[in-house]
Design a binder for this molecule. Structure first.
Ligand code: SAM
Length: 227
């Protein structure tokens, strides 16, 4: 039976996803329970489906956010540097910080979201502040406006990188900004074609291993000035 769910509220949605095994760990469930989707998705926040958030963009479905957190959770440690490319609503960026903070407080923790649509950057500031202004005020969560395909070198290297839109080929700039021991997950493949959520693990000597996780369907990373 296909997974389809809607919760009465945020806690109910996350509980159902945990019961169904979509969320595999209590720590991911806790971070997602604390991050109420109503601050980020004005439409149907508790439905497990992508929702439009304006400017031709969707917030990804809760199960995709859960998978991203599960796949990256070993890298989400106090003091880690994390990059969320195509941060859109800011929801997953907030979840990354919440996940890390549950594990411990560290002044060096940095979770960087990068989004190229200025209106969405402004929207994500509003969303994050409506959720909890301490996230931005602490300086641990930073939203940058720019082309995420180039990464954010100022805060590199990153222990974890998530990309919320598809790259046509392996994104080299992001791999370069991945720390030894770090993990990048990114949908790779052509627009409307065969795409795979792909995991890149960099070992302690900088050698990269590529693993295809699952077939997916994502909008592409684009060039704002050409589209
Ligand atoms: C499917 S949405 C996901 C948004 C976010 N992860 C969420 O769930 O709210 C993909 C996002 O990638 C952004 N995006 C696309 N190309 C980009 C680029 N080159 N640089 C930065 N952001 C980009 C889009 O504007 C959009 O916000």
């Amino acid at each position: 039976m296909a997974w389809r769910s809607v919760g009465a509220d945020n806690a109910d949605l996350i509980r159902k996803m945990r019961d169904y095994g979509i969320i595999a760990s209590d720590s991911v469930a806790q971070a997602m329970t604390k991050t109420d989707r109503r601050h980020y998705s004005p439409r149907n926040p508790y439905m497990d489906a992508p929702q439009t958030i304006g400017y031709g963009v969707t917030i990804s479905a809760p199960h995709m956010h859960a998978f991203a957190l599960e796949y990256l959770r070993d890298q989400l440690r106090p003091g880690a540097h994390v990059l969320d490319v195509g941060s859109g609503s800011g929801y997953l960026t907030a979840c990354f910080l919440r996940y890390i903070e549950e594990k411990g407080d560290d002044v060096n923790t940095r979770v960087i979201g990068i989004e190229h649509q200025p209106e969405l950057v402004a929207q994500s500031f509003q969303n994050l502040n409506a959720d909890d202004p301490k996230m931005l005020d602490s300086g641990k969560l930073i939203i940058v406006e720019g082309d995420g395909r180039k990464g954010v070198p100022e805060h590199a290297p990153y222990d974890a990188i998530h990309v919320g839109a598809a790259a046509a080929i392996t994104p080299k700039a992001l791999l370069e900004q991945l720390a030894n021991g770090g993990r990048l997950i990114v949908p790779v493949g052509p627009e409307g074609g065969e795409q795979y959520m792909t995991q890149y693990d960099k070992d302690s000597e900088g050698k990269v291993k590529e693993t295809r996780l699952m077939g997916v369907m994502y909008v592409p990373l684009t060039d704002l000035h050409r589209s």
